[in-house]
Design a protein around this ligand. Structure first.
Ligand SMILES: *Cc1c(COP(=O)(O)O)cnc(C)c1O
Length: 362
């Protein structure tokens, strides 16, 4: 194999996003020769012993890293996180059931829209009127709701829950952009879902973790492929699973474990976020766009006070090998995504460019 490192960029892309270098190398190797079989991972049966072992290890690692108690099922399904916006209420809500939702951004808005087809959806809090710049804190969740749906990290607006909501009902959480980035109190969650392409693997697979007691209320007809019970019973092998995204996710899970698990991820992510936000606050040219207490460790959103400097800044970033910094098309400005795999050195490189901007234009 070539020994040339491809890691010549600081990749701040929001998703699909950076993965650990060794994961890319091992994944590339498995495409050429899977487990020394002389065959590519992409050309062998998903029911063969080698791939079944990949599924088993993936389930095991998710359980181990999150410390899942008995009663939780781990599923790998297709359709992206966006399909969970309807699969969750379709599978969890029975006739006339209610569910509470908090609207903290674009993805939460989409989840609410889809859920309305399946039950009495109550939006108990929203930060929409403040352009989603903070996480709503004081609201009541009615006890008769089956669950409270939240989006733990708002990828586009750059806010994140740093305290979980107090309520008597189980949490259902879209963790697409911060899964495995920190320890979580798993027993509070009835269901967690995450599209792989932010913090786990390539696009094409979605991780779903569901507690047994969340199921069984829906009496409606659910198409076989959309029914969680199908995938639980068949251990995510009812049909051909997305073999490559699952394999790469397994490699990332191995990497997370080897780094020291979720507390190590949290320490790493806290350090990166502290480094970047300190510079955003210190540097007179820049301004953060979200409430300081709700700032995301994963996606830092910020602007130049003088927008006329935007192009100059992006040009300097490019020069320094920094890519993926442009804010979401719906928000503008800049967004630095700092997922698990992004090294602190990349954040330091960005901070150096911000300082150089200040020297030149401040
Ligand atoms: C990216 C993202 C989604 C959409 O994921 P898809 O897999 O593209 O459907 C949903 N929720 C959050 C929080 C995201 O960051």
């Amino acid at each position: 194999m070539s020994t040339v490192s491809v890691s010549t960029r600081h990749n701040f892309s929001a998703g699909p996003a950076i993965l650990p270098r060794e994961v890319f190398e091992q994944a590339a190797q498995a495409i050429l020769d899977f487990n020394g079989s002389g065959l590519s991972l992409l050309e062998v049966s998903h029911r063969g012993a080698d791939f079944v072992a990949v599924m088993d290890e993936s389930f095991r690692l998710v359980k181990e890293i999150l410390g899942l108690p008995e009663g939780y099922h781990v599923l790998f399904v297709g359709g992206g996180a966006s399909s969970q916006f309807f699969m969750v209420p379709q599978n969890l809500l029975g006739e006339g059931d209610a569910a509470a939702y908090v609207n903290t951004g674009t993805w939460a808005t989409n989840a609410i829209k889809e859920a309305r087809a399946f039950g009495d959806i109550r939006v108990v809090a929203s930060s929409e009127s403040e352009q989603f710049t903070h996480i709503p804190k004081s609201y009541q969740v009615p006890d008769d709701c089956r669950y409270l749906h939240i989006t733990s990290n708002n990828t586009i607006f750059g806010t994140q829950y740093h305290e979980w909501p107090e309520c008597s009902v189980p949490l259902v959480c879209d963790m697409s952009s911060d899964i495995f980035s920190r320890p979580i109190p798993i027993e509070r969650f009835g269901l967690i879902y995450a599209g792989a392409q932010k913090n786990l693997g390539p696009a094409g697979v979605t991780l779903v973790i569901v507690r047994e007691d969340m199921l069984g209320r829906a009496t409606r007809h659910i198409p076989t492929m959309l029914d969680y019970r199908t995938h639980i019973k068949k251990e995510s092998m009812y049909n051909t699973p997305p073999v490559f995204p699952i394999y790469v996710s397994m490699l990332t899970l191995r990497w997370i474990k080897a780094q020291g698990g979720l507390s190590a991820m949290e320490a790493r992510n806290r350090a990166k976020a502290a480094c970047l936000y300190a510079e955003i606050d210190r540097n007179a040219l820049f301004r953060g766009t979200t409430a300081p207490e709700d700032r995301s460790w994963m996606n830092a959103t910020f602007v130049l006070r003088d927008e006329k400097l935007n192009d100059a800044f992006l040009a300097m970033c490019k020069e320094a090998g920094i890519v993926g910094l442009k804010g979401h098309r719906s928000v503008g400005g800049f967004r630095a995504s700092m997922y698990n795999a992004l090294p602190l050195e990349s954040v330091e490189a960005l901070v150096m460019v911000m300082r150089a901007m200040e020297e030149k234009h401040g």
